[in-house]
Structures are given as structure tokens and as C-alpha cells.
Design a binder for this molecule. Structure first.
Ligand SMILES: *[C@@H]1O[C@H](CO)[C@@H](O)[C@H](O)[C@H]1NC(C)=O
Ligand SMILES: *[C@@H]1O[C@H](CO)[C@@H](O)[C@H](O)[C@H]1NC(C)=O
Ligand SMILES: *[C@@H]1O[C@H](CO)[C@@H](O)[C@H](O)[C@H]1NC(C)=O
Ligand SMILES: *[C@@H]1O[C@H](CO)[C@@H](O)[C@H](O)[C@H]1NC(C)=O
Length: 578
């Protein structure tokens, strides 16, 4: 406790001391344009803009940064290029919300203004220091193009929107030196800090040495003077650069979130890293060993490329925060485009954020569960329900009465005869994505249980559709569900990336319905299998399946009948996405 109050006092000095914190000189503010100021034809030719997934009116966005709740207001900062639809000129754009769904844009919070960030203000995280004082650590790019870590704090804590941020004159606070030999091109993305075993703040920063990915650890009493700890929190050989690490506790039981510093016998820890080599967010579950001050993944955890993923589709550079108001841990992730750079430039924007997800530990302790935050349900209207519909081989049922391009649909399937499930060949055990692709299917699927699921963003002539489905396989003594999101027919535009995504989900078919939920929003399909055990996000750009020429269907393409026990679908209202 002594060290906490020491820290508290010195941070007060830091904030309000005699000129320690000089204001940044006047700067060019890239004020976000509001969508109403854009010409009519801009909207008119924008069938791919989202209606309830967060995106700014135009330009490039990537990583979510520094998400937090402060005095009842949610803050989302994000990597943004004020000058165009491709990556570059990166600043921290800023929006606030009271429900995580409807957003209000503010001026950019952090933009190049010091030598320590003059070539870019890259990703970072917020920590709420004692006395309700938010502090942001972020990566700056200095005049030598080296990656260094900087601090910024709100200029006026009485401003409920925390619109202006001031930078520490001591920046950079962590930097590569000849002594520490940190690779200046692979040193970025500080996490939310936590209080370590000796009562000092700890933070980790992503790094690599050769092909080893590392979470370098630093400690500090006052949040200003940071010393590198003599060992990393964790590392894994062969995994390449660890971007955007995230380290947090999860309760062993229940869905409640816990604050980042909590440790002890009631929690496990999660270490998520964004693998630069594969562009996937992978995680392990383990223990934060306070004696050794290291993270130890559970025995049998897979690290690196084949590790557990938050999402088996397009989802990267994610970050969680603890929402003390609703006692939950919330996950944000960047959903990249799958269109060509030329198309991005033509439409004038690139990148959206996924719907925030509540995240907790599965009862098995083996994986996380993710579910769209409950607030998203406020957007639902025009509820449509189907119950007890049998889907025979090759049949489809249209879901009428909702807007198919802007919908939320939840469906549960029951399978009658599981014995007809095909045996999963060992060569596919590690390869769900191949099995989901047309190539994989041709090699294995001669009937069986599935694929069955949803056809979304389908044109009336079925020349375009995206299918989200399950196929049940027998794997040794148990059954697994192969969850697929197949984009191969999503668009007639040949320049899109139409990779088919897949994941295996453990299933106890006797005791549960096979459930699927998809959030459909014009060019994004965010799907949650088995109540959040598996997530797949896809970007699609239909050319025919837009406007009135689009439908939503349930389908079964397996030889065995399946029953829709219940399907509920809603049109989604437009949110104020920025
Ligand atoms: C701080 O913000 C509050 C609330 O917006 C405002 O009333 C006050 O004038 C601000 N103080 C300064 C120094 O800008
Ligand atoms: C430092 O990181 C960069 C970027 O990943 C890499 O190209 C370079 O080889 C690394 N240098 C050393 C000495 O490992
Ligand atoms: C984003 O998508 C484009 C187009 O599919 C791809 O070339 C690029 O590698 C992706 N980047 C990430 C970080 O996913
Ligand atoms: C169903 O199977 C047929 C025949 O193999 C195939 O042409 C069609 O694309 C499949 N539909 C879906 C949604 O997978």
C-alpha cells in the first residue's frame, strides 16, 4: 500500500506540479469531418458502409487503442490516417459513448508533436491510476524511426470527454539503448499496467529477437521512470513479432470480469498476442506466478501460429478493458477490409471495429467465451421467429420480415442422427480452414451431418451468398463441430480476398442445441458459434446482393435432416457509429 500512495502523490505532482507538464504548443488539429458534410453521391455509392459497426466517416483505421470507462463514459481511441484510405500519418482518433454502440467523435487525442512521436503515434493502452486518473502509454516513432514508449494524460480531468491530452516532457519513458539492446524496429504496443508483486506498476511491450516473440516487462513506482525487469513476462520461440500484447485476469467461475491487477486463487490469467507473421490474435490461459513474476501457460497450451484464436476470421490487434460499471471485461478488435487497395481508395475508407464482446472463461477452463455486449440488443426491431422446422437434405428456408443486410440472427439446430457424422481424418485435425474450403470439402464431404447453417447476403438468384455453417464430425470418441464462414461466393468482384475461414469447436451434442448467431451489417458478417465458443468475422462485398435483391436463409446441405429448434431474427436499427 505504501508504494501505491507514493505513486499517487508523485503522479499528482506530475499532473499539477510546477510546469513539469508543459502544454504542447499549438498544433494542427485534424478535426474529423462529419458524414453529413460529404457529398450526396458519396453516400449513394456506399453499399459497404456499416450501420452499427463502428467506423469514422472516411479514411483508414486500424487498432483500437486505450479503451476505457471513465466516470460513466466509454472512450475508444483508434489508429487513424487523417489523410487517406491507406495506412500512414498515424494519430489517435477519439470517440466517446455511454453505451458502446452510439458514438460521438472528438478531436484527435494524440498526434505527432514531440521528437519522441514525430513520425507517428502508434498503439497503446490506458491505465486508470489511483484517484481516478487515466494515463495512456503509447508507442511513438522518433526522428530516427525508432519505436519508443511515451506517456500522455488528460489536460483537464473535469472535462467529462477528456478531449485534450498532454504528453510527458520526459518522453520517451522506455527506449532502445545500446545497453538494453532492444531492437528499435520491434518494440511496441504497451499494455494496460497492473500492480506487480512488489507493489510497483508493471507493463509489457511487444518485441521479437530473431523468431522469438517476447513480452518485455518494465516496472515503475511513479508511472514516469520505468526500468526494464531482468526477464520478460513470457516469450515463445518461433512465433515472430508479438504485437499488441494483452495480459489480464479472468474469474475461474462465472462471467464477471475482474480488474487488471487482481490475482490469486480465484482467477486465471490470459496472455493474448497479435502475431505479425500470420495476422491472427492468439491466446493462452495460465497463471501469473507472483513469486517468479512470470506468466506460465497451462500445461498443454499451444503457443504461436496454431494457438487458440479469439476469432478465426478477420480480427486483429484487439484489446480488452475492465468495465467496472458493468463488472465485465470487454474486447475490441480491428476488422480489416478484404477488398483491394484500389477499391479502398475508391470508397474512401478502410477498416472497422468489431462489435465489442464480453469475454469470460469457459466452464471447462480451456478456452474463453465471447458474446456481443448486451447493449447491441437495443438496436433490434421487427422480431421474426421460426420454431421446429425440419430441414431436409438440400433444402433452404427463407427468413422473411427483416432487413437481410442489417440484421441480428440467432438459430439453434438439433441433429437427429449423429451416427451419420463422418469420421474426421487426422490430416484435417489441425486444418479446419482447408476443410471448410471448396477444395477440402470436395475431398471429404459425401453427405453426412451438415453443412447446415445460414446463407447471408444472398442475392435472389443465389449467384452471391456467404454461408456460415456447421458440419459435425466424429473425432475418435467424441464429436466436433466444424464451423465455417465461406466467402468464396460472396461477391462477383474477383479482386476481393475470399478466403474461407474455419474452426473446430468441441461439442456435447447430446446435451445442447447447436447454436449460431450472426451479426450482419452490409459488408461484415460477425458469427458466434455454440454460444460464443467460436467466433468468425468475415468481410464481404456483394455486387448483386444489395438493396432489395438480398435474402437471409437457413439451409442444410448434408444428407441427414436437421431441425431448427428456434430461429429468431431482427432488423437492426442504425446506430450513431461516429
Ligand atoms: C475543465 O473542464 C470543465 C468541464 O468541461 C470546464 O468547466 C473547465 O473550464 C475546464 N478547465 C479548464 C482549465 O479548461
Ligand atoms: C529488428 O527488427 C526488424 C523488424 O522486424 C528486423 O527486420 C530486423 O532483422 C531485426 N534486427 C535484429 C538485429 O534482429
Ligand atoms: C488486410 O487485408 C488486406 C486485403 O485482404 C490484406 O492484404 C492485409 O494483409 C490485411 N492486413 C491485416 C493486418 O490483416
Ligand atoms: C450445397 O451443395 C451443392 C452441391 O454440392 C453445392 O453446389 C452448393 O454450393 C452447396 N451449398 C452450400 C450453401 O454450401
Amino acid at each position: 500500500m505504501a508504494s501505491i500512495s507514493l505513486c499517487f502523490i508523485s503522479f499528482l505532482c506530475f499532473l499539477f506540479g510546477h510546469g513539469v507538464f508543459q502544454l504542447q504548443a499549438s498544433h494542427h488539429v485534424h478535426k474529423p469531418q462529419t458524414s453529413t458534410s460529404l457529398p450526396y453521391h458519396y453516400h449513394h455509392r456506399q453499399p459497404y458502409r456499416t450501420s452499427y459497426h463502428f467506423q469514422p466517416p472516411k479514411n483508414w483505421i486500424n487498432d483500437p487503442n486505450g479503451p476505457m470507462i471513465y466516470k460513466g463514459i466509454y472512450h475508444l481511441f483508434y489508429q487513424y490516417n487523417p489523410k487517406g484510405a491507406v495506412w500512414g500519418n498515424i494519430v489517435w482518433a477519439h470517440s466517446t459513448s455511454t453505451d458502446l454502440i452510439n458514438w460521438e467523435p472528438h478531436d484527435h487525442a494524440i498526434f505527432p508533436s514531440q521528437p519522441s512521436d514525430i513520425n507517428g503515434c502508434w498503439s497503446g493502452s490506458a491505465t486508470i491510476l489511483p484517484g481516478e486518473k487515466p494515463a495512456i502509454l503509447y508507442t511513438g516513432i522518433n526522428p530516427k524511426n525508432q519505436q519508443v514508449q511515451n506517456l500522455a494524460v488528460p489536460k483537464n480531468l473535469s472535462d467529462p470527454y477528456l478531449r485534450e491530452w498532454v504528453k510527458s516532457p520526459k518522453n520517451p519513458l522506455m527506449a532502445p539503448t545500446p545497453q538494453n539492446q532492444i531492437n528499435a524496429s520491434s518494440f511496441r504496443d504497451p499494455t494496460t499496467a497492473w500492480l506487480g508483486p512488489n507493489g510497483e506498476w508493471r507493463v509489457i511491450v511487444g518485441n521479437k529477437v530473431h523468431t522469438r516473440g517476447l513480452a518485455l516487462m518494465f516496472q515503475s513506482k511513479d508511472f514516469i521512470k520505468w526500468d526494464q525487469v531482468d526477464h520478460p513476462l513470457h516469450y515463445a520461440d518461433g512465433s515472430g513479432m508479438w504485437e499488441c500484447p494483452d495480459f489480464y485476469p479472468v474469474a475461474k467461475t462465472g462471467r464477471r470480469g475482474v480488474d487488471t491487477t487482481v490475482n490469486g486463487k480465484n482467477v486465471k490469467h490470459v496472455l493474448k498476442v497479435s502475431l505479425d507473421d500470420t495476422r491472427h490474435d492468439v491466446y493462452t490461459i495460465g497463471t501469473y506466478d507472483v513469486e517468479k513474476d512470470i506468466y506460465v501457460p497451462n500445461k498443454g497450451s499451444i503457443e504461436g501460429y496454431s494457438g487458440l484464436r479469439y476469432d478465426y476470421g478477420k480480427y486483429y490487434a484487439s484489446k480488452t478493458f475492465y468495465d467496472g460499471q458493468k463488472k465485465r471485461r470487454v474486447l475490441w478488435g480491428w476488422v480489416n477490409e478484404s477488398s483491394s487497395v484500389e477499391d479502398d481508395i475508391k470508397k474512401g475508407w478502410s477498416g472497422i471495429q468489431g462489435i465489442p464482446r464480453t469475454i469470460w472463461l469457459d466452464a471447462s477452463g480451456k478456452q474463453l467465451i465471447q458474446w456481443p455486449i448486451e447493449e447491441i440488443q437495443k438496436l433490434r426491431k421487427n422480431k421474426v421467429t421460426l420454431t421446429n422446422k425440419v430441414l431436409k437434405k438440400g433444402s433452404t428456408i427463407e427468413v422473411k420480415g427483416v432487413t437481410p443486410s442489417q440484421a441480428d440472427v440467432e438459430v439453434s439446430f438439433k441433429v437427429k442422427n449423429l451416427k451419420k457424422a463422418q469420421i474426421l481424418k487426422p490430416q484435417y485435425w489441425e486444418n479446419p480452414q482447408v476443410l471448410c474450403s471448396q477444395k477440402g470439402r470436395a475431398a471429404t464431404t459425401k453427405g453426412g451431418v451438415g453443412p447446415f447453417g445460414l446463407l447471408v447476403l444472398a442475392s435472389n438468384d443465389f449467384k452471391e451468398y456467404t454461408s456460415v455453417s456447421f458440419t459435425i464430425f466424429k473425432k475418435q470418441s467424441k464429436y466436433v463441430a466444424l464451423m465455417c464462414s465461406d466467402q468464396s461466393r460472396s461477391s462477383l468482384n474477383p479482386t476481393n480476398d475470399k478466403t474461407t475461414y474455419g474452426a473446430f469447436l468441441d461439442v456435447d451434442v447430446d446435451s445442447e442445441d447447436l447454436s449460431l448467431r450472426s451479426l450482419i451489417d452490409h459488408s461484415v458478417v460477425e458469427s458466434f458459434g455454440l454460444k460464443g465458443k467460436g467466433c468468425i468475422t468475415a468481410r464481404v462485398y456483394p455486387t448483386l446482393a444489395i438493396g432489395d435483391n438480398v435474402g437471409l436463409y437457413a439451409f442444410n446441405n448434408g444428407t441427414e435432416s436437421v431441425t431448427i429448434t428456434k430461429l429468431t431474427a431482427w432488423s437492426m436499427k442504425k446506430a450513431r457509429i461516429n
